[in-house]
Design a protein around this ligand. Sequence first.
Ligand SMILES: [Zn+2]
Length: 272
Amino acid sequence: MPELPEVETVRIFLKKNVIQKKILSIKIEDSNLRFQISNEIPIKLRNSMITKILRRGKYLIFLYSNDYALLFHLGMTGYFRLTDSYKKKKHDHIVFIFSEEKLIFNDIRKFGFVKIYKKQRIFTSKHIKNLGPEPLSKAFDFEYFHKNLNRKTNIKNLLMNQNFVSGLGNIYCSEILFDSQVKPTRSVKSLKDKELKRIIGSAKKILKNSIKLGGTTIKNFIVSYEEIGYFKNNLMVYGREGCNCMRCKKSILVKKINQSGRSTFFCTECQL
Ligand SMILES: [Zn+2]
């Protein structure tokens, strides 16, 4: 599932390639997503241009040259491709037609969605309004963390909570806790100040590095979760069950457990 760095990479790619290009028409190929694609989209956005693309957590916000905005969520398998020779693929949902190219949103598993809003309404939509601060922003600091943490939960679930901090998912939560050497099952109330500070530092460092890598991974006008590959080669602990811990090296193996229905990977030796 695309998390903050993957969504940010998509945003950077689209910003470079589709801003200020006139949309001649929009075709809905398959309206069946998490929410039905509205027939209003082709009518309201025809002859407009995208003027800005923003990201909030795992959401993309497209602002248009008229009164409207689109909210995109990539779900589990949503991706964009930009092409000058469009051939319909299975699971293509919506196609934005520019004078020379077409931008297509494809989503195999249909957990993604696109919704249209009046510009001034999009930031108060139910999807956006309760999101916690961006982890890379100054607002996500020790003071915030200390004040707002829910002491009844464990640290993995706290980081996964989009209302506490937005954009983190299963993969980066495992990576952040590995980097900060904190065991994912630790209750939040047991965490010392220095551990909270380490978690914040690791979150910022890992997200920044992943975004940097993402920019170099995009090829051939395709921005798919497969192409981005979740920066898989750079994951230290996620998906490495039974492999040697990258920090302890030889004898200690990475363990996989289930937390709230999601897999967590960690080292039993160096994450305390
Ligand atoms: Zn270890």
